[in-house]
Ligand binder design. Structure first.
Ligand SMILES: *Cc1c(COP(=O)(O)O)cnc(C)c1O
Length: 347
């Protein structure tokens, strides 16, 4: 009996179609970094229909190349000739986000697609406006180099009313880049800022059916259903306590279902008492601390059996956004933390 992450192939295809419907005039860079946001690339092949695929490491590009022929956007770009040669071999477009990366590609003798990343206010990766102009001049000297797009990334797109979004858009608008393809939108901007979809959109979390805004989005379908079996049922009396630290106490006589999943599988240890768990289509509260391999659930007098399936997230009645709220994190973190001990299957 095992914890299982079932990856819905139809939900992946559906969510990609939602991106196409939201941004019909843009090409799609499907963000599949971090092993497809924890869903495993090999189980996420419906996403490989996107026009480009975004990764954060050459190792991810290597793995992706076993699965498809789509061009790959290598987000951190390259820093030396070895990385450059491998990136070209793998069919990567490379991002330039720092002037020092120009040296690594300046004398490239094969066709190379480059994306220039501009810092419009997030102050993480990206060129300043002056560095951008200089880079364009320098790269123009080598006819093998093709600037495919100028891109930038939002700091606050998950808060549609945050003034910084407009400031970043205005900064991007002021750049002298009208002759290039442009790309700004992540999932949140795809859903809330239709006027800046430009030539390429870069959806990540929404492809996996999770809203970037924290509350479930009605048109997205959850992709990963995380479940685990009930390993034990135990009657306890009012006043008795459950789990490490004895932090949860029964108010009345009840039954505790013990489920075979814990933080060693990626279920968040910070999930609070009361975090909902779905068993036989009904929600029950988490009772006591999450252990490495087990959690306990207060099922009252419900009739459930050892071996019944408990769903931790990824169901219409229990979305990962809810678990994220109960554990003070975001869906992104929960999905990418599901551990290799969990049995991944396609559904
Ligand atoms: C991860 C990433 C995205 C996707 O962000 P979501 O919020 O998951 O849609 C887009 N652009 C860049 C540069 C990224 O690193």
């Amino acid at each position: 009996m095992h914890a299982v992450a079932a990856i819905s192939q139809s939900a992946l295809a559906h969510n990609l179609s939602i991106v196409r419907a939201q941004a019909p005039h843009s090409k799609i860079v499907g963000m599949v970094k971090a092993n497809a946001y924890g869903h495993h690339l090999i189980h996420s092949t419906p996403l490989l229909q996107a026009d480009l695929l975004g990764v954060s490491e050459l190792s991810e590009a290597r793995q992706l190349r076993q699965l498809c022929n789509q061009p790959i956007l290598l987000l951190p770009g390259v820093y030396n000739a070895t990385e450059l040669n491998e990136a070209i071999e793998l069919g990567c477009h490379v991002v330039i986000h720092h002037p020092s990366q120009i040296t690594a590609i300046a004398n490239v003798d094969q066709t190379l697609n480059v994306w220039l990343k501009v810092d419009t206010g997030m102050h993480r990766l990206g060129l300043s406006a002056d560095e951008l102009n200089l880079s364009i001049q320098q790269l123009a000297k080598n006819p093998n180099i093709h600037i495919e797009a100028v891109m930038s990334h939002f700091a606050c797109a998950d808060e549609p009313n945050n003034i910084q979004n407009l400031q970043q858009i205005s900064h991007f608008d002021q750049l002298d880049i009208t002759s290039f393809n442009r790309s700004m939108a992540n999932s949140a901007a795809i859903l809330s800022l239709p006027n800046i979809h430009f030539d390429y959109v870069r959806p990540g979390i929404m492809l996996y059916g999770v809203s970037p805004f924290g509350k479930p989005h009605e048109s997205l379908q959850p992709v990963m259903e995380l479940s685990a079996p009930i390993l034990s049922l135990k009657k306890i009396s009012a006043g008795e306590r459950v789990g490490y630290g004895a932090t949860w106490q029964a108010e009345e006589d009840t039954t505790i279902a013990v489920i075979g999943i814990g933080y060693g599988d990626g279920y968040p240890r910070h999930a609070r008492n009361g975090t909902p768990i779905l068993i036989n289509n009904k929600l029950y509260p988490l009772a006591g601390r999450v252990s490495m391999d087990l959690i306990c659930v207060d099922i009252g007098n419900a009739s459930v059996n050892i071996g019944d399936k408990a769903i931790l997230w990824g169901h219409a009645k229990l979305r990962v956004e809810t678990i994220a709220q109960y554990s003070d994190t975001i869906g992104y973190e929960l999905l990418t933390h599901v551990s290799s001990r969990v049995n991944f299957i396609q559904s």
